[in-house]
Design a protein around this ligand. Structure first.
Ligand code: 13P
Ligand code: SF4
Length: 306
């Protein structure tokens, strides 16, 4: 392992490469990353990167977003099979149909969409900025794609607007039930509960805090409670422990998606694969020029707001 890490660090220097990793990545990948973040932070870092090569350790839509925002760079995705099941639930045809049915609506797409769906979206949001972005829009009617649960959460915060929700969902977060969290609360009565807005509505409603990955980390490491029950992907435990080792972070077991709130796709990137793409410069993210141009517009609109 040390040899792999040394070789990765050497190649990074030789090739002017940078490694970006989402908090749900394996601990050993987080440890070799130059930057760790949620989807919003990583987009910003990718957009401004001056490296020649960006190795993106996240799921495919994240690596695509890096390419769209900084198209002259070589973006390498360690495992191209690392996709997002929720992103795959939305289609261009479906979005176009909804637009025809609701010509006065604005298409707000979660960053968890594939590049082609971004090309037919008016603006992109992440879990961190969705409420703020939607509030800033003039339109009163919103087609929200693809996460129905993030969409419902935003709709509650912005009751003055009408929402048409795509029926997508994140399997790992969806499977985390309110009862699982309430049972943990009985075990740890003084604990606070923090969840990601991709969780189902019943689960979100009983939480003390709802936020993006980074926001959960901020809350859990700084709130008054010594114990925090975490309703999101177990990969963030590594960062939580580094940031504030004095607290207890309790991760629930969800129904049956790989045994817990565990994103199997996020774990498909491994240290071996990072080394391989750095050595051979394989698995480059390739998008056609038209897709890049069109998908960049709603992404840049979002980044101009928050
Ligand atoms: P964040 O915006 O919190 O990084 O979430 C991305 C994601 O895929 C959560 O499942
Ligand atoms: Fe997609 Fe859910 Fe995995 Fe995030 S945790 S990448 S939304 S499947």
């Amino acid at each position: 392992m040390n040899n792999i890490v040394e070789r990765i660090n050497q190649l990074k220097k030789e090739k002017n490469a940078v490694i970006l990793a989402h908090y749900y990545q394996r601990p050993e990948i987080q440890d070799i990353a130059d930057y760790i973040g949620d989807s919003l932070e990583l987009s910003r870092i990718a957009q401004k990167s001056e490296a020649d090569i960006i190795v993106f350790c996240g799921v495919r839509f994240m690596a695509e977003t890096a390419k769209i925002l900084n198209p002259t760079k070589k973006v390498l995705h360690p495992n191209p099979e690392s996709g997002c099941p929720m992103a795959d639930m939305a289609t261009v045809e479906g979005v176009k149909k909804l637009k025809e049915q609701h010509p006065d609506a604005v298409v707000v797409s979660y960053i968890n969409t594939n590049a082609d769906v971004k090309t037919v979206s008016d603006i992109i949001v992440t879990s961190r900025n969705a409420v703020k972005v939607v509030k800033s829009l003039d339109a009163n009617k919103i087609i929200f794609v693809p996460d129905q649960f993030l969409g419902s959460y935003v709709a509650k915060q912005v009751p003055e607007k009408e929402f048409i929700l795509w029926k997508g969902f994140c399997p790992p977060h969806f499977n985390l039930s309110k009862d699982t969290l309430l049972a943990l609360k009985k075990q740890y009565p003084d604990a606070k509960i923090a969840v990601h807005p991709e969780c189902n509505t019943d689960t979100v409603e009983i939480a003390d805090f709802v936020g993006s990955t980074t926001q959960i980390i901020e809350y859990a490491t700084t709130c008054e409670a010594d114990t925090v029950i975490i309703g999101t992907e177990v990969g963030i435990h590594h960062y939580l422990k580094k940031k504030n080792p004095n607290k207890t972070y309790v991760f629930p077991q969800a129904a049956d998606y790989c045994g817990s709130v565990h994103c199997c796709d996020m774990k498909k990137n491994t240290l071996d694969k990072v080394l391989e793409v750095l050595e051979k410069e394989t698995n480059e993210v390739i998008l056609d020029e038209d897709t890049i141009q069109k998908a960049r517009v709603p992404l840049e609109k979002m980044l101009a707001i928050v």
